[in-house]
Design a protein around this ligand. Structure first.
Ligand code: NAP
Ligand code: COA
Length: 263
């Protein structure tokens, strides 16, 4: 369900790094539905082309690795050449896998930090002088790992904690011209992230029970949160991390039924 009116983002230009699949593609599609000109970028050029086609005839699909500052900067310059200065930039590229710290190579740890954290710096640093200011809105896609320690997730926990701090520091440095926020999705159904982090039915069932809302999140729900953050409804909101996670961040709700009926 959406509270946003048609044409809300008409005249706006949005760039979504990591927007060629999953949650970020859902965000890009919603921006386009509401009237924005949209560009998405990922490493795989064919996937980027297909993603752009799925968004609409005017969307741009670009190939760039967020670990490569020059490449991501060049992609954003292409966007501004085609559409004009950018109003909305989403940094959503991420890599993840389950691995115990004691068996993780230094390169495995570095790879995830490079994509999630250094990639977010590259995307936000690279876009700064290409933004339509004042009024631009930046959104980082973070995760619960940023604040909750999780076994087998040392790389993602470290990287996403850094992402949250990038959001806060930039909100301070770039206000009042640019607002910078994050979205922390919970477990979102039908995504690569879910497939990797909850790979078997037992893990999924256990995880499902712990969520206060007792259901998986939907890509469309994260997209609505993104629209809110870059809309006029959020014009005094900056430096915040919006949990869109069914309450997952609160902790384990498994015991909610204990004692029911005793009152
Ligand atoms: P996904 O479908 O795997 O999306 C990842 C995107 O990033 C793809 O477009 C991928 O395209 C791109 N990408 C990966 N490495 C890249 C790189 N080095 N440079 C540029 N692009 C790169 O993942 P998802 O599950 O939807 O997750 C999206 C975001 O939500 C991530 O930030 C993730 O941490 C966060 N999140 C997800 C969940 C969840 O339940 N899924 C929960 C919490 C947070 P290429 O492979 O072509 O590069
Ligand atoms: N367990 C332990 N280590 C792993 C691993 C796993 N499942 N997968 C990769 N690695 C290690 C590799 O062995 C390598 O380390 P090494 O050189 O010491 O052997 C290092 O990580 C880099 O792997 P590589 O495959 O070269 O990286 P890449 O840059 O091609 O891909 C990944 C990045 C590994 C994060 C890959 O999973 C990816 O592209 N993910 C994007 C999609 C995604 O994760 N979506 C979910 C988002 S929540």
């Amino acid at each position: 369900m959406s509270a946003f009116k048609d044409g809300l983002l008409a005249g706006k230009t949005a760039f979504v790094a990591g927007g060629t699949s999953g949650i970020n593609l859902g965000i890009a599609k919603r921006f386009a539905e509401l009237g924005a000109r949209v560009a998405v970028a990922g490493r795989d050029p064919d996937k980027a082309r297909r993603a752009a086609e799925s968004i609409g005839p005017d969307a741009l699909g670009l190939s760039a690795d967020v670990r490569d500052y020059a490449a991501i900067r060049a992609a954003m310059e292409q966007v501004t050449e085609a559409f004009g200065a950018m109003d909305i930039v989403v940094s959503g590229a991420a890599g993840n896998f389950l691995a115990p710290a004691a068996a993780m190579s230094a390169n495995a740890f570095k790879t995830v930090v490079d994509i999630d954290l250094n990639g977010t710096f590259n995307v936000f640093r690279g876009c700064y002088d290409l933004l339509n200011k004042p009024g631009a809105s930046l959104i980082a896609i973070t995760a619960g790992q940023a604040v909750n320690a999780m076994p087998l997730q040392i790389h993602a926990c470290a990287a996403k904690a850094g992402v949250n701090q990038v959001v806060r520091v930039l909100a301070m440095e770039w206000g009042p011209e640019v607002r910078v926020n994050g979205i922390s999705p919970g477990p979102i159904e039908d995504t690569e992230g879910m497939a990797r982090l909850a790979p078997d039915p037992t893990t999924r069932a256990r995880h499902h029970e712990r969520i206060p809302m007792r259901r998986w999140g939907r890509i469309a729900e994260v997209a609505e949160a993104a629209v809110f953050l870059c809309s006029p409804s959020a014009e005094y909101v900056t430096g915040t991390i919006l949990d869109c996670d069914g309450g997952s961040q609160l902790g384990d709700a498994t015991r909610r039924d204990v004692g029911k009926g005793l009152a």
